[in-house]
Design a protein. Sequence first.
Length: 91
Amino acid sequence: MGQGIDEHAIRQAVLALAAARGDGRSFCPSEVARALSDTWRPLMPEIRRVAANLQAEGLLVATQRGVPVQIATARGPVRLAQPTGRRAPDR
């Protein structure tokens, strides 16, 4: 991956933002990208891939227009959040 930002750093950033928002509060994947780099757009595919892995692990949920979706197959903008009632682990 370019820009010296690895999968672990992305995973940490996604989980940290989910925990900071807390239950019922979502965020755009671009917020993670912007926190990691000034040139954030190239990071978006990798952030979505990592988010899809976190979703598969049950650590993240994704929605589109308020409807749950699988981020791996969703097209267009999505919102991410930690599952309701579950604190994202420190990893």
